[in-house]
Design a protein around this ligand. Structure first.
Ligand code: FAQ
Length: 312
């Protein structure tokens, strides 16, 4: 079959909600954008363990520590499902990890911000997991089967994460003046970076149009950002916190909250590696990778001895 005909059949198939599997024919650009998105997503889950891991030894109670530990372990699991999903497209996990450690692969900008207080753990769960859910629930319907299936469990776990973060903030906001001030300070610092998680405006997003045509993305960056703001503003009001945006106003005619512009220069700086914690995150991940070399070597030695090679 000619390449043009294959592409036409592929496009008609995804347009009719067909699922592409690892052995299906797919255009090179579809494979490439999926490896790019899924591996960036996997790296985000793995790097995202660090800002929260920072509080594991200092959680305010045994119960809070157990909950946070479960959440951080969930993120590790998400990273592993996602690396496995990306591997079905023919790129090895080693290649993806190398790209993360040598700085050629991206991970979400949000994880380059510090977590100086316990309220930051609440803000990450509430806002960062909240934004992740908004972005990832539509990915359960992604046209690439292995990614869509991985996302189902990820989304269920992210819902628990969002609830635990909100619960931390409810406790702080019902506490002392100092606790309320700590919660407000965390919201002030995490609000704008959370809006940046959805990516650049639609007009500045080079991948969106094709990814939407191929049913990888179901909604645009701006659509998801607006949904997030609409859902989150009433939650902030419930907590008695102020969203740090003087332009935030409810628009009766559209039923949506209008909001101001994130600092897109800051977003570009963080993507270029110049955020508050970029260097620290990669340095720590590299150290963990080097320290874990013996585990990989032991697994390879075991596999060489006990796991039969696949039939040629
Ligand atoms: N940070 O054309 P677009 C989580 C890049 S997981 C860094 O709009 P696209 C769970 C983009 O990659 C959070 N880079 O791109 C958790 C592209 O660069 P490239 C991660 C960003 O792919 C919670 C360029 O800008 N979630 O939070 C960002 O169509 C708590 C142009 O952008 C996912 O990865 C950014 N914020 O849309 C874990 C979800 N935004 O590749 C621990 C899956 C854009 O050309 C604790 N990914 N870029 O070099 C997606 O939905 C999409 O990839 C977007 C970007 C929406 C992120």
């Amino acid at each position: 079959m000619e390449a043009g005909e294959l592409l036409e059949r592929f496009e008609a198939f995804v347009a009719s909600e067909g699922k592409i599997e690892s052995d299906s024919w797919m255009p090179d650009a579809y494979r490439k954008t999926l490896v790019r998105q899924i591996s960036q997503h996997a790296h985000s889950e793995i790097i995202g363990m660090q800002p929260e891991g920072n509080w594991l030894t200092r959680a305010p109670s045994l119960r809070r520590k157990a909950i946070l530990l479960a959440k951080v372990q969930d993120e590790a699991g998400h990273g592993l499902y996602l690396y496995a999903a990306a591997e079905t497209l023919g790129t090895s996990r080693d290649e993806m990890v190398d790209a993360l450690l040598d700085g050629t692969a991206k991970y979400s900008s949000i994880f380059n911000y510090p977590t100086p207080t316990w309220a930051d753990i609440g803000a990450i769960g509430w806002l960062v997991d909240g934004a992740a859910i908004m972005n990832q629930v539509p990915l359960c319907r992604c046209s690439y089967g292995p990614y869509a299936r991985a996302m189902k469990r990820v989304c269920k776990e992210e819902s628990f994460h969002q609830r635990q973060g909100f619960d931390i903030l409810v406790t702080l906001c019902r506490g002392s003046d100092a606790q309320r001030a700590m919660a407000q300070d965390a919201l002030d610092r995490w609000w704008w970076p959370s809006l940046m998680m959805f990516g650049p405006h639609d007009g500045d997003s080079p991948h969106s149009a094709t990814s939407m045509r191929w049913r990888i993305k179901r909604f645009s960056n701006d659509e998801l950002r607006q949904r997030f703001v609409d859902v989150t503003v009433p939650q902030a009001h419930f907590l008695g916190l102020r969203i740090p945006d003087d332009e935030l106003v409810y628009d009766d005619t559209t039923g949506h909250w209008k909001f101001g512009e994130p600092d897109w220069d800051e977003f570009q700086r963080v993507l270029a590696g110049d955020g508050p914690c970029n260097a620290e995150r990669i340095e720590r991940r590299t150290r963990a990778h080097v320290d874990g070399a013996w585990v990989r070597e032991a697994a390879e030695a075991y596999a060489a001895k006990h796991v039969a090679a696949p039939a040629a």
